[in-house]
Design a binder for this molecule. Structure first.
Ligand SMILES: Cc1cc2nc3c(=O)[nH]c(=O)nc-3n(C[C@H](O)[C@H](O)[C@H](O)COP(=O)(O)OP(=O)(O)OC[C@H]3O[C@@H](n4cnc5c(N)ncnc54)[C@H](O)[C@@H]3O)c2cc1C
Length: 392
């Protein structure tokens, strides 16, 4: 893509609901994406490689743990700012947003919420700058939607814990310095352990041949008799609620992020439709194309209002897991529908790397599956409104 001219659609003047600080944070992230991400991202997606050199800049714009207080090296921003940063990053590419989401919500968040004071001081400041990178191991080869069935285990050996098991589909795994690993103890309780690269018996093979999220490195975590120091147990995490609380934070960011991809596709399609001429008229003058564009902006506006309200609730400490599920599910599905329609407006050009749309479309196929699938989020809403869990 030669030049990134993106302007965000704001049909209902949602910007008026943001503070000056929110807009400052959002605009800084946007400028960074235009300068650092847009010019190189297509090339990295084609190569299927994570652009590691972006880590430092992500730290500088506050994309790693935006909500982490300043005393632990974080920017100390609110959840609206977190959402806006994720929106801007995913406007650039879902893979870059995924890297920041994992570092923020799935690595820094559990250390902040469930860690000891020593763990917070040791890890959080370095994670905030990107000096240390982390990953989050919950999914296993035999347990995706049902993480409670996990087989990874650790046993107390007196001086240390002995960890065995395997995790799969782990974002950032191939290069992460630390992994937040969820495994069961001898009593069958799910606990969180901080596993460091270099511990004997711990390896992170990369997963290849992905057609989606190609700028994000994905891998396995394999534990063969890994001796984990006792001080690496997250003391305050007990049961599945631990990892699920982290997923709430990440899913919140994804609801915003997917909106970014949708806005990018809409804006690209609108500009293209106004410029491209067929039958001696811009294609934007045909009713069928206007229908597509009108429906896109309607859905984007609804999604913007949804995350703005969710951000307000989260800032007030009132956003429920089910409300977050609804927003994640809605906004990712909305984004996927929008990029598919936008792709058609661009005709053949839509399938090329000249435009971001096809990359967004392929990326969103992962986003609709990870952090709880589209179906599972529907069941969470169903459970919330009926009181009856339909998972089993
Ligand atoms: C690119 C990528 C990155 C990822 N990063 C991470 C990461 O960093 N850390 C991590 O821990 N995991 C990660 N994941 C894993 C992801 O969270 C899982 O893929 C997801 O939870 C779904 O699990 P599964 O793929 O095993 O699908 P399954 O659970 O096998 O589901 C397959 C299908 O069955 C449906 N299904 C399952 N159960 C039910 C039910 N009860 N009722 C109705 N339908 C059901 C699902 O909706 C889905 O359509 C990542 C995945 C991808 C693709």
């Amino acid at each position: 893509m030669a030049q990134d001219l993106f302007k965000h659609p704001d049909y209902y003047l949602v910007d008026e609901l943001l503070t000056d600080e929110h807009k400052l944070v959002r605009d800084a992230a946007r400028e960074w994406v235009k300068r650092e991400v847009t010019p190189i991202i297509e090339d990295y997606a084609q190569k299927s490689e994570f652009p590691k050199h972006l880590i430092k800049g992500l730290g500088e714009i506050g994309a790693f743990g935006p909500f982490i207080p300043e005393e632990y090296g974080g920017p100390g921003l609110d959840y609206m700012s977190y959402g806006l940063i994720m929106q801007e990053l995913e406007r650039g590419d879902s893979g870059i947003r995924s890297t920041a989401s994992v570092q923020s919500s799935l690595v820094m968040f559990p250390i902040w919420k469930f860690g000891s004071e020593a763990q917070k001081e040791k890890y959080l400041p370095k994670l905030a700058t990107g000096e240390l990178m982390g990953c989050f191991g919950l999914t296993e080869p035999n347990h995706g939607s049902n993480p409670g069935g996990m087989e990874s285990r650790f046993v107390d050996k007196g001086d240390y814990y002995l960890l065995n098991g395997a995790k799969m589909w782990i974002s950032n795994a191939p290069f992460a310095d630390i992994a937040i690993v969820w495994a069961k103890n001898e009593a069958g309780r799910v606990k969180g352990l901080i596993v460091e690269r270099g511990m004997e018996g711990f390896s992170t093979p990369e997963t290849h041949n992905k057609w989606s999220l190609r700028t994000s490195a994905t891998g396995e975590l394999i534990f063969q008799d890994v001796k984990v120091p006792k001080e690496n147990l997250l003391p305050e995490a007990d049961g599945l609620r631990g990892p699920l609380t982290c997923l709430d934070s990440a899913r919140y960011g994804i609801a915003w992020g997917a909106l970014g991809a949708a806005m990018d596709a809409y804006y690209t399609a609108l500009r293209y439709a106004l410029e491209r001429t067929q039958f001696e008229k811009p294609i934007a003058s045909f009713q069928l194309q206007q229908k597509k564009l009108a429906e896109m902006i309607t859905e984007i506006t609804k999604a913007q209002l949804l995350v703005w309200r969710l951000g307000t609730l989260r800032n007030e400490g009132k956003a429920t897991a089910a409300q977050i599920s609804m927003a994640k599910r809605n906004n990712v599905a909305t984004a996927l529908n929008i990029v598919r329609e936008a792709r058609q407006i661009l005709g053949a050009m839509g399938i090329t790397g000249e435009y971001s749309i096809m990359r967004h479309m392929m990326n969103l196929e992962s986003v609709i599956t990870y952090e709880g699938t589209h179906d599972i989020h529907l069941l969470i809403t169903g459970y919330d409104i009926t009181g009856i869990p339909a998972f089993k």
